[in-house]
Design a protein around this ligand. Structure first.
Ligand SMILES: [Zn+2]
Ligand SMILES: [Zn+2]
Length: 361
């Protein structure tokens, strides 16, 4: 079965490469700088597969078994645009015009026969590629967990990451709603881990597809009732209920409660480091309590990038932006620590009093 699938995949890659990528690269005069056309084809097919699974599996599930019932999906439109832009434009561009040439320059990538990273340190791994993949994945996911905690704790990083959290309608499209400076910073950190450990570029593509799919699903507005299978599943992998708790709107009564569930694919790090929260007494609304950040909901793709990058600049250029702790932003994009001016659940209170439209359970 696996052999059959891999043969089909090879055929699709070759056909895409010969009929689309090579002719397009020749027309654009990029044949030299693009690298291996089969890798480009593989990335395009992976993006198409991901888009198909989101649109044709996860999206219908949101209608069938929704966690939150919405009157309309107005706030999800911008997230869908972010996903389309990322999968069809920015990801391939970034991979093949920035990441790949840098990897080749550093001696990595497909042109290199050199054994490096973990395989060089522990030769046993050279004969056990699946074990290597598992170890690499564990390190990758653990690095992601700590990076994600920093995104919440360091004000200049939160300035950007808060854009991902500002959505009031969390859906299968929400994963790609993020600031691009933040995205680049994260890619550099995670790709460096890959380079140090000696992961091949083709393995990296599959690795990111797997994590991306788990993340798309963990943002989906679905409530699957799978009994003990579901309970076991969410102990092993991050699922929609687990990640929804991470996105919960700050509870004015318990302002620290949303500081939980930072895991990307494996919830094990949260279990290990004491940040896992599995059950809330009721379904929580998602979003942020800071009105300056919540204003993202009335913005489009470009405007959201602009405002979150201004927040980042406002924070990274001042002392308060480097002091760990929860912050809100003033109208000049400067961070104000909650310890100085508490802003615990302002938006929650405005929404409760009916002053702001919000999804209802
Ligand atoms: Zn987060
Ligand atoms: Zn998220």
């Amino acid at each position: 079965m696996l052999d059959f699938l891999s043969a089909q995949w090879d055929m699709a890659t070759s056909s895409m490469s010969a009929n689309v990528v090579v002719p397009a690269a020749n027309v654009l005069g990029m044949a030299q700088s693009l690298g291996d056309p089969r890798e480009v084809s593989q990335a395009i097919l992976i993006a198409a597969l991901q888009l198909f699974l989101i649109a044709c599996v996860m999206r219908p599930l949101e209608s069938l078994v929704p966690a939150e019932r919405w009157e309309n999906r107005r706030h999800t439109t911008v997230d869908r645009n972010f996903t389309l832009l990322m999968l069809l434009g920015l990801f391939p561009l970034f991979s093949f015009i920035v990441l790949m040439p840098v990897a080749h320059l550093l001696g990595g990538g497909p042109a290199s026969d050199e054994v490096n990273g973990l395989k060089a340190w522990v030769p046993w791994f050279a004969d056990h590629p699946y074990a290597l993949f598992v170890v690499y994945y564990l390190v990758y996911d653990c690095v992601y967990y700590w990076m994600h905690r920093a995104q919440h704790a360091v004000p200049w990083w939160w300035a950007m990451h808060s854009m991902h959290h500002s959505q009031r309608q969390m859906s299968c499209w929400s994963n790609d709603r993020s600031n691009y400076v933040d995205g680049m910073l994260q890619s550099i950190i995670l790709a460096s881990v890959g380079l140090v450990m000696g992961v091949e570029v083709s393995e990296f593509a599959w690795l990111s597809l797997l994590s991306e799919l788990v993340q798309n699903f963990s943002h989906a507005n679905v409530a699957l009732r799978l009994g003990w299978v579901g309970r076991l599943g969410e102990r092993l992998f991050v699922g929609p209920r687990f990640h929804r708790n991470h996105h919960m709107l700050r509870d004015p009564e318990r302002p620290e409660r949303h500081n939980c569930n930072f895991g990307q694919v494996l919830p094990w790090w949260d279990q290990l480091f004491g940040t896992a929260l599995y059950h809330c007494e009721s379904l929580r609304e998602t979003g942020v309590s800071d009105p300056q950040v919540d204003a993202d909901n009335e913005r489009g793709v470009v405007s959201m990038q602009w405002h979150s990058t201004r927040r980042f600049w406002g924070a990274v250029t001042c002392r308060a932006g480097w002091r760990m702790g929860d912050v809100s932003f003033d109208s000049d994009y400067q961070p104000i620590h909650d310890s100085i001016a508490p802003n615990k659940g302002v938006v929650a209170k405005i929404r409760e009093s009916g002053g702001m439209s919000s999804p209802k359970d």
